[in-house]
Design a protein around this ligand. Structure first.
Ligand SMILES: [Zn+2]
Length: 97
């Protein structure tokens, strides 16, 4: 896996957001057919950092350019990766709908 999302390939963006989002109003389309584009940054974190967070009750992550691995842009609703073509089309809604 190279970290890139190709056109037509689901981004998995919904599963990632559903794990911990806290501003649900930003994930709701304002009108029918509107895509909800999100940019998800991916940071590499070490096992030591994750263990420290668990034992320290929420120690902060170091999230900066040093460990930024990539950014994925996709629609929260239809889970399609952004492209110019898809951006001009109406959002088809949830993939299972
Ligand atoms: Zn969409």
């Amino acid at each position: 896996m190279d970290g890139y999302v190709r056109p037509g390939q689901p981004t998995g963006i919904k599963q990632e957001i559903d794990r911990g989002h806290y501003r649900a109003e930003l994930l709701t389309p304002e009108r029918p057919g509107e895509h909800v584009w999100l940019a998800l940054a991916q940071f590499r974190v070490s096992a030591e950092t994750l263990r420290a967070r668990e034992s320290d009750g929420g120690a902060p992550f170091n999230l900066d350019r040093e460990n930024l691995a990539g950014i994925v842009i996709g629609c929260y609703v239809c889970e399609q990766p952004y492209s110019t073509r898809i951006g001009y089309r109406a959002c088809p809604g949830e993939p299972d709908a």
